[in-house]
Design a protein around this ligand. Structure first.
Ligand code: NAD
Length: 291
């Protein structure tokens, strides 16, 4: 309960935070707090302004989960393009001979992949896409296009990228600029065969518009690990649409990654409190403010 939480938090120096919300109302009660260490890389569930004002550090597990999320995207690319759910259903339901009647399955080979956001996960995904001999396009206005080219990818505008892509994957923070980046208007620009994946944050794609697009076959299919509301409402049409694959925000929750994130989140705290901030500098989100 909120009351118990406040009692426990009142004199702690550090908090390891998973997905719980830490608004100002709670943070204000933590009189000795020096660091919040996120178990993951997103931090939209903690009031960063408050931490900045109070000079409390915010750390993330920057190096732990990029590869894991990238593998999850590849798994969604393959599951959707190979119609794995449908194929499994056919065999289990005595419809083996109907295999030719189902829609054609697709390949990744020589396809155009569009990665939106080229940070840790975006780069890890690009590496994995090479092995499928794909052509990789990237949109990220906050990095130099040289960095994109050095990673053997092609810089492209957002508007052009959504038009030419066979596969799109989103790897951005959720903020005012990225909220509803993809709505009906953008979905209508995509190829009818396009496969769209969001493992970043719910709300970057407008869910109602995606539901409409999938129901009307405006695009081929989609994969979501993140939702506008988590968990989604039990009556949400998302739960009944065929050309959609869902996972419960567990893209980073492999056994190996959980171990890496747990260790990194705790090491962040130990190093920070031991005055060894250099050891975790790249993991401290608000290092400029603390300086
Ligand atoms: P990152 O900070 O390393 O990279 C984000 C990139 O997005 C940066 O390169 C930045 O320049 C770019 N960017 C920011 N705004 C943009 C915009 N408007 N248009 C284009 N590019 C923009 O982050 P990351 O570690 O790669 O994580 C990416 C997202 O994935 C985050 O939202 C994170 O919370 C989420 N994530 C989800 C899971 C999961 O379990 N599903 C796990 C890890 C990360």
């Amino acid at each position: 309960s909120y009351e118990n939480l406040i009692k426990e938090l009142i004199d702690v120096s550090a908090i390891v935070l998973r997905t719980y919300e830490l608004p100002q109302k709670i943070l204000k009660k933590c009189k000795s707090l020096k660091i919040v260490s996120r178990h993951g890389v997103g931090y939209d569930n903690v009031d960063l302004n408050y931490l900045n004002n109070e000079k409390i550090a915010l750390a993330i597990t920057g190096s732990a989960n990029a590869v894991t999320v990238a593998e999850h995207v590849i798994s969604m690319f393959l599951n959707l393009s190979k119609l794995s759910k449908k194929s499994d259903w056919l065999v289990r339901n005595g419809k083996f001979k109907e295999r030719k009647a189902v829609q054609n399955t697709l390949e990744l080979y020589q396809k155009k992949i569009f990665i939106i956001g080229f940070g840790r996960v975006g780069k890890a995904l690009a590496k994995r896409c090479y092995s499928f001999e794909t052509k990789i396009y990237v949109y990220d206005p906050y990095i130099e296009s040289k960095l994109i080219k050095n990673n053997n990818c092609f810089p492209i505008s957002f508007e052009e990228g959504i038009k030419i892509a066979d596969f799109i994957s989103i790897h951005l923070p959720l903020n005012k600029e990225t909220k509803y980046l993809i709505t009906k208007k953008e979905l209508l620009q995509m190829k009818k065969t396009c496969i769209l994946i969001n493992t970043a944050r719910g709300g970057i794609i407008k869910e109602d518009d995606l539901i409409w697009a999938l129901q009307n076959k405006v695009i081929h299919s989609a994969g979501l690990d993140v939702f506008e509301q988590e968990p989604p409402d039990e009556n949400s049409p998302l739960l009944t649409i065929d050309n959609l694959i869902l996972s419960p925000h567990n893209a980073a929750l492999t056994l190996e990654c959980k171990q890496r994130m747990g260790i990194e989140a705790c090491n962040n705290i130990v190093n920070y409190l031991n005055n060894d901030p250099d050891l975790i500098l790249s993991n401290i989100v608000n290092k400029d403010i603390l300086n």
